[in-house]
Each structure stands twice: as structure tokens, then as C-alpha cells.
Design a protein around this ligand. Structure first.
Ligand code: MG
Length: 341
């Protein structure tokens, strides 16, 4: 089969400024995969896959999946719906690999039309909310230091899910009066979560992400019922199909391209969540400005933004959307508007 589009993939070695640790572990080294789709005129669409071992992906599985997906690339990049459908039918997992291809196709379409993605979707970039900046798990001293380094960011997201969660909250609160949101990354039991609720309220926490294991939807419902703080499902909500069973159990969902597998799926999730009056959040993995910018383009449609993946890096290979001062700012170039640094 011959295709008008040629695909090239390259592993990016990213390093965070500090080791990025959450309840499941973490490190400073993070590898993602950059995808380039090149058309016959030499125009290029770019995307980035940020594989998470939690979802069974690695840079190696992404590269292998991309080789398979390359066999079903569309002849016409504007054929977005069928392109994503064909990938999903071929292999419905490998979400980050599919997200990279979806991003690259959208980038190419935007470049051919000469318009930024947000404009293609009819969105006002000035309506993008502010983004949180994450304080990963560390010693009390270093978490205090990280809060000081996060001075330009008005909202902090604090990782919890340890046996010293209260001490961590105290450390953060002693260092700042800023709005804080917390993420337990599946680490608490229902009992622990319920015991933590008054503590979170006391410390003025404004959102609680994924307190329990992904499968415990009834438990999430119980925690939500007892909580005055909105509970947001992250690991429990990968695609739009997960949303109906979360209705009545949580207050909102966290959308990530590396989980849902495509920009079009992200937009479907937003529409479905809105129909159910759920709060819509968009999050990210540790990834460069290439993947961050793809998600940033639909932030005018969401309530809560956590797109700090590139801001946490020691060096970012790309220039695109930024969260300087916490405000999401979209580039005005065609497609993603991302360039190589
Ligand atoms: Mg999360």
C-alpha cells in the first residue's frame, strides 16, 4: 500500500529539574517519542507520545505500535475521523502512540489551512484557565524549597498518598497561602480518604484527585458524598466510555491525551462530561511542550488545568504553549504552533 504520508519517530530523553515522585514512584529521567508525519509537499505534522508504565506503555511499545499504525495512515490528513477509527480498530490500546499520531495529523491540517488548532475549533485562547504547578513527593525540606521555586505559579498541585501526608500538607501550608489541589494517585483506602477529608478542608484544599484505586467506583462515590471538596477521577477515567459509570460517583474527570488516545476523543470527553454536569480538568504526563501544546489548545473548553509537564523539565526541546505565571498561553502559529528550540 502506498501512502501520501511518511512517518518518522524519534525517542526524546527528558529530564525533570527535580526527581518527579508520586505515590507509585518516579524518577528524573523520562523518555517520550516524537512523531513526524511528512506529506508529499514536505510539510510536517508533529506529535509526542508520553508512555506511562501504569497504562502498560514504554517508548519501546510506542515505537512498535507506531510501526503498525503506519500501515493505516490516511491518504488525506483531513480524514481525521476515519484515521483515528482505523488506528483504534487495528489496536485499541497504546493510547499515547495514537495520541501522538492524532496530534500530528491535526498539526498538519492546521498548517495546511494556515490556522492554529484553537481557531480550527472556534475557541478563544484568552479563555484558557490558569494551570497548576505540581509539587512532587520529597523530603519536607526539599518540598519547602520546591514551593519557593514555584513562586510564579498561583495554584499548586500537591502529590499525596504516603504515610506522612499530614506533614506534607503542613510543610506546604507553612510555605505558602496559595490555592492547593491534591492528588493521591490511587494510594488511599476509603477509610484513609474519609479520615483525610477534614484535614484537607482544614488546609484549604480546593480539589481532590483520585483518592482510591481506579476500579473502586463505589468507594469514590462514598468519599465524594462525604466530601465538601470536589473529587476528580483521573486513573478511573481513561476515555469517554468511562464517564457514564462515574456519574454520581465523582464531581469531575481529568482528561489526558496519553490516556484517551486522541484529540477528537478528548473533545468527546469534554462534551459528555458537560452533559453530565461534571467538572472538566485536563492533565498531562512528564512530557515536552510538544504534547503539552496539543492539550493546551482545547483548554478554553475546560475548568481546571494541570499542564505543567514541560514546566517541570530541566530543558524543553520545544517552544509552544507556556504556563508562565500560571496562565496558559497558546502560540499563534498554524497547527500546534510548536517549533524546535
Ligand atoms: Mg492525577
Amino acid at each position: 500500500m502506498t501512502h501520501q504520508l511518511r512517518m518518522e519517530a524519534e525517542v526524546l530523553e527528558l529530564r525533570t529539574r527535580h526527581p518527579f515522585i508520586i505515590a507509585r514512584g518516579g524518577s528524573s529521567e523520562h523518555r517520550t517519542v516524537m512523531v513526524r508525519l511528512i506529506d508529499r509537499d514536505g510539510r510536517e505534522g508533529w506529535g509526542e507520545a508520553a508512555p506511562a508504565s501504569y497504562y502498560g506503555e514504554s517508548p519501546e511499545t510506542v515505537l512498535a505500535a507506531l510501526q503498525s499504525y503506519a500501515t493505516v495512515l490516511p491518504a488525506d490528513p483531513f480524514d481525521l475521523e476515519n484515521a483515528e477509527r482505523a488506528q483504534y480498530v487495528l489496536m485499541n490500546r497504546n493510547a499515547s502512540a495514537r495520541a501522538a499520531l492524532s496530534t500530528a495529523l491535526h498539526d498538519l491540517v492546521g498548517k495546511r489551512l494556515g490556522v492554529p488548532l484553537y481557531r480550527l475549533w472556534g475557541l478563544d485562547p484568552d479563555q484558557a484557565p490558569r494551570s497548576t504547578f505540581t509539587i512532587g513527593l520529597d523530603t519536607a525540606e526539599r518540598m519547602h524549597q520546591k514551593v519557593l521555586e514555584a513562586e510564579p505559579y498561583p495554584i499548586l498541585k500537591v502529590k499525596l498518598g504516603t504515610d506522612r501526608d499530614i506533614e506534607i500538607l503542613k510543610t506546604i501550608r507553612n510555605a505558602t497561602h496559595k490555592e492547593i489541589r491534591v492528588d493521591a494517585n490511587c494510594a488511599w483506602t476509603v477509610k484513609q480518604a474519609i479520615r483525610m477529608l477534614p484535614v484537607l478542608e482544614e488546609f484549604g484544599v480546593k480539589a481532590l484527585e483520585q483518592p482510591l484505586v481506579a476500579e473502586d467506583l463505589d468507594g469514590l462515590g462514598e468519599v465524594s458524598r462525604r466530601s465538601s471538596i470536589p473529587v476528580i477521577a483521573d486513573e478511573s477515567c481513561e476515555t469517554a466510555a468511562d464517564i457514564p459509570r462515574l456519574v454520581g460517583k465523582v464531581d469531575g474527570i481529568n482528561i489526558k491525551l496519553a490516556k484517551c488516545g486522541s484529540l477528537r476523543e478528548a473533545l468527546r470527553m469534554i462534551a459528555l462530561a458537560r452533559a453530565h454536569h461534571l467538572t472538566v480538568m485536563v492533565g498531562c504526563m512528564i512530557e515536552s511542550s510538544l504534547a503539552i501544546t496539543a492539550a493546551a489548545h482545547f483548554t478554553p473548553l475546560v475548568d481546571l488545568v494541570d499542564l505543567d509537564g514541560a514546566a517541570l523539565l530541566a530543558e524543553d526541546p520545544f517552544v509552544g504553549a507556556t504556563i508562565a505565571g500560571g496562565q496558559v498561553r497558546l502560540p499563534s502559529g498554524p497547527g500546534l504552533g510548536v517549533t524546535r528550540r
